[in-house]
Each structure stands twice: as structure tokens, then as C-alpha cells.
Design a protein around this ligand. Structure first.
Ligand code: NAD
Ligand code: IPM
Ligand code: MN
Length: 368
């Protein structure tokens, strides 16, 4: 049987720097666990634009549809700020999500004990935190029509449309309820049903799916603005949060700071099952290309490494190996190894991106 396949799209800025550490870990699984992946690499984002004049070449899109999963680093950067909107680096990522139909984006926010002191929130608020935001990823205001910048009378008007169909809401709701059943059986759905019709429909459909198919799961509803407040006030009240594309984008960046750094947050974007029974999938850190630190060897690779752990679990059914990798990360943090973003006001000497990767490999070795 062929080896499982991975397409790596490292992208721009710190993307290739953090992905280099994931490649070391893929090499470790091959050498030390006899788990071999067929890895291919290609371009996405600004680097693809530089080479092909488009942030995602059709051939790359076709490859992404053909592999067991895609690992993505990050896209974007100031060099591309003045490009036409249609070829901006971010459009490449959005095309991947849309054409692979990756409607369920799992963004776990977990506070490792060793970092509880480091969060900008009080230790007791974040210690032991373990929640997952399930963000709808292929619809909503990111993709709704009409959209564009138009002229009305003598001024310009910018238009985006928040649009959700019943089936789009239902499928992401199911994904959240299924996840909750494997966790603490609790879902909080967030929208703004007080001001948006799409929010009213969201609330109705989530409630209907719950009542018909998941009555055993505890369900609550919250307005997304209040949800943002509650995430900062007492995040441990949540288990699984399900929300739309834009609210999920904002809430997951906020949740990142509960864990100490944006450099810690992984994500899995999942679609419908493929012929092998595993979901179509793309794994990527929640953070971006971090132009302010790119090229300096300062980036924290943990978000990207934990995204690979999610790939082991969801795409390759290697839950025990995923846990091994997560525990290696936990051990390294407990040992006090820190990249610059994890340095508190008391200071200390940060390690480089590659030294963090090496420390995690050493912890993997120690796990054998
Ligand atoms: P960003 O996430 O790139 O950076 C925000 C801040 O967090 C910066 O100060 C950065 O240095 C820090 N940071 C992020 N990741 C880090 C890591 N791994 N280690 C240490 N520090 C880290 O967000 P931004 O500055 O708003 O966006 C920069 C570019 O990235 C933009 O072009 C944006 O569109 C793009 N972006 C891409 C993705 C993606 O590819 N999935 C996600 C978010 C933003
Ligand atoms: C994210 C990013 C993307 C988004 C951008 C880069 C398109 O912010 O993955 O969180 O807005 O979804
Ligand atoms: Mn974002």
C-alpha cells in the first residue's frame, strides 16, 4: 500500500521557518517510528504570486485535492499589500479552503501549565484551560455575494454579504456536536441573532440539529460580543464553541492570548470524508506570516508542530503518536525552553525557532 501523502505549502514570512521544524519531526517519525509519509512541496501565497502571477496555481490546487492532507505555514506580507485584491496572498488560502470545502475549522486553545503564569490574564483564569472553537470556514461574509467596491451617486460603497444556508449551518453544527461528544459534551453557539437575520437562522438551525440528533449534548447560545467578553472573563466555562467564519476568526485570535501566544495555536480545517474514510483536511497554525519577525529565526514553531499533531490524529488515525508529540511539546515548555514570544517581563534567554524544534525532537527521543 502507498505511504500516506502530505502536501506542504510553507508559504511566506515565518511560514517556511516554522515548517522547517515540522519537516524535522516528519523525519523523526520516519527514522524512529517507521511511519513514512510521501511528502511533496509547493507554493502558496506571495511566493506563488512571485513565481506564477497567482497566489495558488491550478496545478497546486489539483495536488491539494489529491493528497491525504495539506500542511500550510502562513501567507501574506507587506511586500504584497499593494497587489490587486484578486491576487493577494490571502486569496490563495481562501481558494484552498473553499475548493476543498473545508467547512469545519477546529481551533483548540489549550493553556499548558508551564505557560499559565505567562498569559496576560490571571493564572487562575487560564490554568488548565482546554477549549475548542469550531469556526465555519467556507461561507458567511468571507464568500457571500454581492461583494465589491461600487460607485453610488458621487461616492464609493464597499459591500460584503453575510449569507448562510441552512445546510451550511447544519453541517458545522454537527461537527461541533460530534466533537463535544468526544470531549465534555458541551456546546456554546455564538452569533448575533439580536441584529442579524443570518444569526437568527444560525440559532434556529443549531437548536434543531441539537434537538433532533444530539439531545444528550448540553447546548447554550450566546451573542458573539458577550461571548468575547466571557472568553476573557472566565474561559473555562466553555468546552466547544461553534460560530461563523468572521466571528470565529476574531474569537480564535482572542483565545490565542489565553494560551500565552499566538505562536501556540494550531488548527485543523476539515471537510467531507474522502474515499479512505478520513476527512479532506488542511492543517495550519492560527497565526500569520509575522512580517515583523520573519527571517530572524525568532518564530515559535509550536503552533505549526501542534497542527501536525492534529494531522496525525485526524488524517492518519495516529492518536497515540499525536499525544506523544503534544506531550513532547509540554515537556519542553515545562523544562523552561522558550522562544521570544513566550518570554515574560522577567526576561531570560530565548531560543531560536530551530533550537525549539531540536528540543522537541529530543523530548520525542526521550519518549521512546
Ligand atoms: P500575524 O499572526 O502574522 O502576527 C501578529 C503578531 O503575532 C506579530 O507581532 C507576530 O510577530 C506575532 N506572531 C505570530 N505568529 C508568531 C509565532 N509563530 N511566533 C512568534 N510570534 C508570532 O498577524 P498580522 O501581523 O496581522 O498579519 C501578517 C500577515 O499574515 C498578513 O498578510 C495577514 O493577512 C497574514 N495572515 C495569514 C494567516 C494565514 O496564513 N493563515 C493568518 C493570519 C494572518
Ligand atoms: C486566519 C487568517 C485568514 C482568515 C486570512 C489570512 C485569510 O486570519 O486563518 O485566521 O481571515 O481566515
Ligand atoms: Mn485570523
Amino acid at each position: 500500500m502507498a505511504n500516506p501523502s502530505i502536501l506542504i505549502l510553507a508559504g511566506d514570512g515565518i511560514g517556511p521557518e516554522v515548517m522547517a521544524e515540522v519537516k524535522k519531526i516528519i523525519g523523526w517519525y520516519d527514522a524512529k517510528r517507521g511511519i513514512t509519509f510521501d511528502v511533496s512541496e509547493d507554493l502558496v501565497g506571495g511566493c506563488a504570486y512571485d513565481k506564477h502571477g497567482t497566489p495558488l496555481h491550478d496545478d497546486t490546487m489539483a495536488k491539494a485535492q489529491d493528497v491525504d492532507c495539506v500542511l500550510l505555514g502562513a501567507v501574506g506580507g507587506p511586500k504584497y499589500d499593494s497587489l490587486d485584491f484578486s491576487v493577494k496572498p490571502e486569496r490563495g488560502l481562501l481558494r484552498l479552503r473553499k475548493e476543498m470545502d473545508l467547512y469545519s475549522n477546529l481551533r483548540p486553545a489549550q493553556c499548558f501549565d508551564a505557560l499559565a503564569d505567562f498569559s496576560s490574564l490571571k493564572k487562575e483564569v487560564v490554568a488548565g484551560l482546554d477549549i475548542v472553537i469550531v469556526r465555519e470556514l467556507t461561507s458567511g461574509v468571507y464568500f457571500g455575494e454581492p461583494r465589491g467596491i461600487f460607485t453610488e451617486g458621487n461616492e464609493r460603497v464597499g459591500i460584503n454579504t453575510q449569507r448562510y444556508t441552512e445546510s451550511e449551518i447544519a453541517r458545522v453544527a454537527r461537527s461541533a456536536f460530534e466533537l463535544a461528544r468526544r470531549r465534555n459534551n458541551k456546546v456554546c453557539s455564538m452569533e448575533k441573532a439580536n441584529v442579524m437575520e443570518s444569526g437568527i437562522l444560525w440559532r434556529q438551525v443549531v437548536q434543531e440539529i441539537h434537538d433532533k440528533e444530539y439531545p444528550d449534548v448540553e447546548l447554550s447560545h450566546m451573542y458573539a460580543d458577550a461571548g468575547a467578553m466571557q472568553l476573557c472573563r472566565w474561559p473555562k466555562q466553555f468546552d466547544v464553541i461553534v460560530t461563523d467564519n468572521l466571528f470565529g476568526d476574531l474569537l480564535s485570535d482572542a483565545a490565542a492570548m489565553l494560551t500565552g501566544s499566538l505562536g501556540m495555536l494550531p488548527s485543523a480545517s476539515l471537510g467531507a470524508p474522502m474515499a479512505n474514510g478520513r476527512p479532506k483536511a488542511l492543517y495550519e497554525p492560527v497565526h500569520g506570516s509575522a512580517p515583523d519577525i520573519a527571517g530572524q529565526g525568532k518564530a515559535n514553531p509550536i503552533a505549526c508542530i501542534l497542527s501536525f499533531a492534529m494531522a496525525l490524529r485526524y488524517s492518519f488515525d495516529l492518536g497515540e503518536e499525536a499525544t506523544r508529540l503534544e506531550q513532547a511539546v509540554e515537556k519542553v515548555l515545562a523544562d523552561g525552553v522558550r522562544t521570544a514570544d513566550l518570554m515574560g517581563p522577567e526576561g531570560g534567554v530565548p531560543v531560536s525557532t530551530s533550537a525549539m524544534g531540536d528540543a522537541i525532537i529530543a523530548a520525542l527521543d526521550a519518549s521512546l
